[in-house]
Design a protein around this ligand. Structure first.
Ligand SMILES: [Zn+2]
Length: 81
């Protein structure tokens, strides 16, 4: 799995919706990619802050800020090739 894959799957990962094999791949990537680990940690924090034991629905502004950050990251990765 590459950085793009991690970012695409991060919400499924945190929701526990990933198949075991995909989750393991993702976690292997996190072991050597601090950038993606940061994205996962940040997303997890954001989710936890707003979760409060209810179905997770992020406020729109948080969601769009997160999307912006992820889009920027995807773009950076594209530039890196
Ligand atoms: Zn990565």
């Amino acid at each position: 799995m590459n950085c793009k894959g991690v970012i695409l799957e991060v919400s499924n990962y945190l929701d526990g919706d990933l198949e075991l094999s995909v989750r393991q791949e993702l976690e292997r990537h996190l072991e050597h990619c601090g950038e993606c680990k940061m994205v996962v940690d940040q997303t997890r924090l954001t989710v936890n802050v707003f979760c409060d034991c209810k179905p997770i629905e992020l406020p729109a502004d948080v969601k769009s800020r997160l999307h912006d950050a992820l889009r920027r990251k995807l773009k950076d990765n594209d530039q890196l090739g």
